[in-house]
Design a protein around this ligand. Structure first.
Ligand SMILES: NC(=O)c1ccc[n+]([C@@H]2O[C@H](COP(=O)([O-])OP(=O)(O)OC[C@H]3O[C@@H](n4cnc5c(N)ncnc54)[C@H](OP(=O)(O)O)[C@@H]3O)[C@@H](O)[C@H]2O)c1
Length: 234
């Protein structure tokens, strides 16, 4: 059984450990504990803590999930030869994560894919720039969805529903729609059209969103997340 050391036992580190312990021998390395010999090291600390981390890797495969730390910095700081830089997202906690990754000198790509598949779906990215895009899309994406949940809840409260009912309405509506997306045989636009009849209620809302240029606002927001990721990488 391969041995994995997870450095950083916070939100992501513990979520990773919960899934990985089914197939690997896992140790979580905290601030004051010493890492035991292992095959794979997963870096799950905050980028600001990485600066003061002392790590001298030899043949271990290094997998980083840290935002904003590029392959060059990872190699310089840890001496690792085989490196995977990845961007997972929070739904990995429930096995519905999405991870984009890129590697350097890694032959064990099947092992890497198998590891990320334990948390949901994964894609290997073509170049390191794509990490910035994936950070803005799938890394931050769950927060965009949670924001929509909050707004729908607020509006339901405004219509007179209790907070509890308002949350029930928002979460079930969005989860129901997400289920349709999961099983979809049509395009997103066709799904949207199937809820919007001519001159109907949904069309009234959607036409307002379109006229108000919601699309530009939303895409501009994603662009800002990408620009922030690029800046952090410098
Ligand atoms: N949260 C997300 O949705 C998400 C998504 C994708 C990627 N990430 C990345 O995942 C990483 C971890 O995020 P998180 O949300 O799990 O952060 P977190 O909850 O703050 O966890 C970080 C953990 O690392 C520990 N730590 C700090 N320095 C250490 C050291 N030198 N040795 C061992 N452990 C150390 C911290 O201990 P203390 O409590 O003592 O400080 C803390 O338990 C970040 O780099 C982030 O960019 C997060």
């Amino acid at each position: 059984m391969k041995k994995i050391a997870i450095i950083g036992g916070g939100k992501m580190g513990t979520a990773l450990a919960a899934k990985l312990k089914k197939e690997f021998s896992i140790q979580i390395v905290g601030r004051d504990s010493k890492m035991k010999p292992c095959d794979i090291v997963i870096l799950a600390i905050k980028p600001q803590d990485f600066e003061s981390l002392e790590l001298n890797l030899q043949n271990e495969l290094l997998i980083s999930i840290m935002a904003g730390v590029n392959l060059k910095k990872l190699a310089e700081k840890t001496c690792a030869k085989k490196i995977v830089r990845s961007m997972p997202n929070l739904p990995l906690r429930v096995g519905a994560g999405f991870t984009g990754w890129i590697s350097k000198n890694v032959k064990e790509k099947k092992l890497v894919k198998d590891i990320f598949s334990m948390f949901g779906e994964e894609i290997e990215l073509k170049n390191e720039d794509a990490i910035n895009a994936i950070t803005a899309l799938s890394g931050s994406g769950p927060a965009y969805f949670f924001y929509l949940c909050e707004l729908m809840t607020e509006q339901a409260c405004h219509f007179g529903f209790s907070k509890k009912d308002a949350e029930k309405i928002a979460s079930n509506t969005l989860l129901g729609a997400a289920e349709l997306v999961r099983n979809k045989t049509e395009s997103f636009a066709d799904l949207r059209a199937s809820v919007s009849s001519k001159k109907g209620t949904t069309e009234a809302a959607l036409n307002y969103f379109i006229r108000s240029n919601f699309a530009k606002l939303f895409k501009d927001g994603i662009n800002r997340a990408k620009a922030r990721s690029e800046k952090l990488n410098k």
